[in-house]
Design a protein around this ligand. Structure first.
Ligand SMILES: Cc1ncc(COP(=O)(O)O)c(C=O)c1O
Length: 428
């Protein structure tokens, strides 16, 4: 249950957040709470004793909510052991093979190998690298408008949703396709007039765009792109870092389209990151791809393995499809919002402006509901897979009450919350 003991952020959280603002080199914008580690299901407690309902899931990285009893059991089984990190691409632990077996088991037939790495961006990097290695001499890659693939320089070159992420950084050569039914025509024209297929390293896309706006790929776009890439032997990479691991009601979002990529990535909800592909896609020269820690984080791998087992055992794919429909119905009935959309538990809606969206998020958080923005003026809903219909009803009633408040005449936010969540100086 939501419980608000202090104003948000509470005084203990504020002290730590201020320290981070001063000293954290990566500071951008933070949510106004500091997690205590306490919580249950979709509810989490901050260090001031406030309890929030979490519809942000650590940006889709916490699929099973807080303190899931079976994940706690997994953790307990590692207590008292050291080290917990091995240089896992060179020095093997059992969990490495088990993790690969689990992820290839939930991949389509033929995806019999995986390369484990640390983060989503590194999975994207390595997905690109294996495609380039397979077809030497390619000159550029292809990504989509509003695509978002991470912040390492290669992944960032593919990322097209927000200039602030790219400003000042060098790029790999990329061509961008529209994320709509014109994509195929653009690619065909490119192949006719600008480049040969063997110059194109890969096409990479999200089947539900994440940061770029929770945009759901049109079926025709996906079918056409897959047909053209197939005919021209251009590797097709599905980035499933955010949309994968069951969030959309299937293990992988591309499965909604009846296609199979050549390579796909996973991370976030998997706890470690992975590039998944048929064995023949990976380079066979030792050392062509590697990393000290990739696959070497034993507890992370153990938690990833348990997460897959729990999703299977508790039939959470079917539950996500069902609960996603329920939530979509609720947001479709909401007044004052538009473009309500969702695939499983990956949902979003738009409000009139970015400014209004940021105020809405701040207001929801002040009322104990954690939600995230995306795109230019969207709010995304990505609850943990363990929510109930009651939790969904509570979240929607908070969003509705927040909308009412922020659109009332003379509304403005006050206090330290304005230093967070982009609320800043722009509040109404
Ligand atoms: C689709 C997608 N790809 C890649 C990434 C990068 O993942 P990470 O932040 O773990 O590097 C993200 C992160 O949000 C993502 O949503």
């Amino acid at each position: 249950m939501i419980k608000l003991e202090t104003s948000i952020p509470g005084p203990k959280s504020l002290r730590i957040l201020k320290g981070l603002k001063d000293k954290n080199g990566g500071w951008s914008v933070s949510y106004p709470l500091v997690f205590s580690g306490k919580g249950e299901g979709p509810y989490c407690e901050d260090i001031d004793g406030n309890v929030f309902l979490d519809f942000a899931s650590q940006i889709a990285s916490n699929p099973l909510g807080y303190n899931h009893p079976e994940l706690l059991e997994t953790l307990k089984s590692y207590s008292g052991r050291s080290p917990i990190k091995y240089a896992g691409q060179d020095f093997a632990v059992r969990e490495h093979l088990k993790m690969i077996e689990e992820i290839t088991d939930i991949a389509p037939r033929g995806f019999d190998s995986a390369f484990l790495i640390n983060s989503g961006a590194e999975a994207v990097e390595n997905a690109m690298k294996i495609c380039m290695r397979k077809r030497p001499g390619t000159k550029f890659g292809i990504s989509m408008e509003k695509g978002w693939h991470g912040r390492t320089l290669g992944a960032l070159s593919l990322t097209n949703s927000n200039y602030v992420h790219k400003k000042g950084y060098m790029r790999l050569p990329m061509v961008r396709l529209p994320y709509n039914e014109n994509a195929a025509e653009r690619l065909e024209k490119l192949l006719r007039t600008e480049a040969s297929a063997d110059e194109i390293g890969f096409v990479m896309l999200e089947h539900v765009q994440g940061e770029g706006g929770y945009n759901i790929a049109p079926k025709k776009m996906v079918e056409d792109l897959r047909r053209i890439t197939h005919q021209n032997k251009i590797p097709y990479i599905a980035d499933e870092v955010q949309s994968g691991m069951g969030r959309t009601g299937k293990w992988w979002a591309f499965e909604h389209y009846g296609i199979s990529p050549d390579v796909f990535t996973s991370a976030k909800a998997l706890q470690v990151a992975a590039v998944v592909a048929p064995h023949s896609m990976f380079p066979h020269e030792a050392g062509a791809i590697s990393s000290t820690w990739g696959g070497g984080q034993v507890i992370d791998m153990a938690l990833g393995i348990s997460t897959i087992e729990i999703i299977k055992k508790d039939k959470l794919l079917a539950k996500n499809a069902r609960m996603g429909k329920y939530l979509l119905g609720l947001i479709q009935d909401m007044k004052g919002v538009s473009n309500q959309r969702g695939l499983g538990m990956m949902l979003a809606f738009d409000v009139a402006s970015a400014h209004m969206r940021d105020n809405l998020i701040a207001e929801c958080v002040a009322r104990g509901l954690l939600v995230l923005g995306c795109g230019s003026k969207s709010v995304r809903l990505i609850p943990p897979y363990v929510i109930t219909e009651d939790d969904a009803d509570i979240a929607i009633s908070i969003i509705e009450a927040s909308l009412k408040r922020i659109t009332a005449h003379g509304f403005s936010h006050h206090g330290a919350i304005c230093d967070f969540i982009h609320c800043g100086k722009h509040h109404t």
